[in-house]
Design a protein around this ligand. Structure first.
Ligand code: HEM
Ligand code: HEM
Length: 191
């Protein structure tokens, strides 16, 4: 029986998909995740400045400071998500384990798609509200909060389920970058 790494490399070559993520993809994944969690936890600090903006009154220096932090972190998410999406288009992402249940794969891909939607949709709806005064965009922004939390929790539970129950390499490959060998890409496979 071939070694697991060789199997992953063969599968990657056969499908034209990489066997793992690059270091840049991994760093971007965790950096964006951390920034989004900060935004979700501290998002309500934006509310006082937004209320003042809506009423046409002056916000306090503290409220403006909190608003600046929220806006800059949010814009950083937008920029990093764009870079990440670009790398994904060029480099691709590895396939889910072949033996995985078809419906779990559909669920995983749907959640990944939703997470991309939020990575772009949240900053853009925030920009529409804050810089262009479009109030319905603020409502969308606020309503999306529980949806993002739901998607992130589902996604994290899926990753932990892969690691601890299915014992696949799905979580480790989002921690350790793939290694490039002379004859192609060789993924990190859990033993
Ligand atoms: C990944 C990026 C972002 C996330 C996850 C995020 C998340 C949040 C959260 C959780 C709230 C509090 C909602 C509540 O009151 O319960 C909020 C409020 C707000 N955010 Fe963001 N935000 C992001 C980016 C941005 C950006 C880039 C801007 C502006 C340029 C922005 C503008 C606002 C405004 C104006 C509010 C107050 C509106 C309201 O509460 O309805 N956000 N955001
Ligand atoms: C806001 C937080 C998060 C976002 C937006 C996010 C987004 C994504 C997206 C879009 C992918 C698909 C691959 C890609 O296009 O790069 C992915 C993959 C992955 N994420 Fe997350 N993620 C978040 C948090 C987490 C957390 C907390 C965990 C672990 C507990 C996690 C573990 C993974 C793993 C293991 C993969 C690889 C899945 C595979 O290879 O099929 N993510 N993430």
């Amino acid at each position: 029986m071939p070694a697991p790494a060789a199997t992953a490399a063969t599968a990657a070559t056969a499908t034209g998909r990489p066997a793992g993520y690059t270091a840049a993809q991994i760093v971007l994944h965790w950096a964006i995740a951390a920034l989004i969690v900060i935004q979700l936890v501290l998002g309500e600090d934006m509310a006082p400045a937004w209320r003042a903006f809506r009423r046409g009154t002056d916000a306090s220096a503290d409220d403006l400071f909190n608003a600046d932090i929220h806006v800059y972190i949010g814009l950083a998410v937008l920029a990093l998500a764009a870079i990440r999406f670009g790398i994904r288009l060029v480099h691709g992402v590895p396939l889910l384990p072949a033996q995985e249940n078809r419906w779990l794969k559909v669920l995983a891909h749907t959640v990944h798609g939703l997470l991309y939607l939020f990575m772009f949709g949240m900053p853009l709806s925030g920009v529409a509200a804050w810089y262009f005064g479009i109030a319905p965009a603020a409502e969308v922004h606020e309503l999306a909060k529980p949806l993002i939390i739901g998607a992130v929790v589902l996604h994290a539970v899926g990753a932990l389920y892969q690691h601890f129950v299915l014992r696949s390499d799905v979580l480790t490959r989002m921690v350790r970058p793939e290694r490039r060998k002379a004859h192609g890409w060789v993924g990190q496979v859990s033993r």
